[in-house]
Design a protein around this ligand. Structure first.
Ligand code: HEM
Length: 239
C-alpha cells in the first residue's frame, strides 16, 4: 500500500511546509524585533551572572518557584475534570485516577509537588536565615517571604479538602477547630472558613475558590514583589 511504502522515508512536502513555517516565524520575529527591540530586552533580562559565592543552597528559592509552576500547570489540568461539590468531588477524583488518560499521573504529580514545594520553601527559608540574608536591606523581602509561606501553606490546607474523602473531611474539621483557639476572633475565623458551623457544601466551594482563584492571584503578586526586590538588591553574600 502507498502509506506503507513511504514509511520511514523523508516526506519532502512536509519538510518544505516546516521550513516555510520556521522562515515565516523568523521574518515575523524580525519585524517584531524591529519595533519592540525584544532581543535587547531579553538579553538584558538574562545577562545576570551568578555571583561566585553562590553555592547549591542558593537554588532552593528557584526550585520552590519551579515547583510552583508545576503545581499551576497540573492544577489547571485537574480543573478540567474536578467537580467541587459534596455529591461530585469524590467521584470526579476517582474518575481522574481511573479513567482520564494520564489523570493518575497529573494528580500524583500535583500531590507530590505540593509536599515538595513545602519542603523546598522551608529549605529556602533556612538558607536565607543561616546566611543572614534577611538582614538590612532585605528585611522587606523577608516579610514578602513570610506572606509567600502563609499562602503556600494555605494552598495545602484548602487543597486537602478537595478530594472530599474521610481524611479530607476530618482533617478540615480538626484544622478549622484549631482556628477556633485564636483569642477573640477564633470563632469568627472558623465560621468564615467553614461558611457555617460544620464542614459542608459551602466549605468545599469556598476552599475551591480560594485554592484556584484567591491564592494563585495573591501568590503571583507576592512573587513579583519578591523577584523585583531580588533583582534590585541582588543575592547577598553569606556572612
Ligand atoms: C513561593 C515561595 C518562594 C519562592 C518561589 C522564592 C524564591 C526566591 C528566589 C528564587 C530567591 C533568589 C535565590 C535564592 O536565594 O534562593 C529568593 C531570595 C530570597 N527569599 Fe525567597 N522565595 C520564596 C519564599 C520565601 C520565604 C518563605 C522567605 C522567608 C520568610 C523568603 C525570603 C527570601 C529572601 C530574604 C531572599 C533574598 C536572599 C538574598 O538576597 O540572599 N523567600 N527567593
Amino acid at each position: 500500500m502507498a502509506g506503507e511504502k513511504n514509511e520511514g522515508k523523508l516526506d519532502v512536502r512536509e519538510w518544505l511546509r516546516n521550513m516555510r513555517a520556521s522562515m515565516l516565524a523568523t521574518v515575523a520575529y524580525g519585524k517584531m524585533d524591529e519595533r519592540l527591540e525584544l532581543k535587547e530586552a531579553v538579553s538584558e533580562a538574562l545577562k545576570h551572572p551568578v555571583p561566585r559565592f553562590a553555592n547549591w543552597t542558593f537554588c532552593f528559592g528557584g526550585m520552590t518557584f519551579f515547583l510552583f509552576v508545576v503545581q499551576a500547570v497540573t492544577g489547571i489540568l485537574l480543573t478540567m475534570y474536578y467537580q467541587a461539590s459534596p455529591d461530585t468531588a469524590y467521584e470526579s477524583v476517582k474518575f481522574i485516577m481511573n479513567d482520564v488518560r494520564y489523570g493518575w499521573l497529573i494528580r500524583s504529580v500535583h500531590r507530590w509537588g505540593a509536599e515538595l514545594m513545602i519542603l523546598m520553601i522551608f529549605l529556602h527559608m533556612g538558607r536565607v536565615f543561616f546566611t543572614g540574608a534577611y538582614k538590612h536591606p532585605r528585611e522587606l523581602n523577608w516579610i514578602a517571604g513570610v506572606f509567600l509561606l502563609a499562602i503556600t501553606l494555605l494552598f495545602g490546607f484548602t487543597g486537602y479538602l478537595l478530594p472530599w474523602d474521610q481524611k479530607a473531611y476530618w482533617g478540615t474539621t480538626v484544622g478549622t477547630q484549631m482556628a477556633n483557639n485564636v483569642p477573640l476572633v477564633g470563632n469568627f475565623i472558623r465560621r468564615l472558613l467553614l461558611g457555617g458551623d460544620t464542614v459542608s457544601g459551602i466549605t468545599i466551594t469556598r476552599f475551591f475558590s480560594f485554592h484556584v482563584i484567591v491564592l494563585p492571584m495573591s501568590i503571583t503578586v507576592f512573587l513579583m514583589a519578591h523577584f523585583a526586590m531580588i533583582r534590585k538588591q541582588g543575592v547577598s553574600e553569606p556572612l
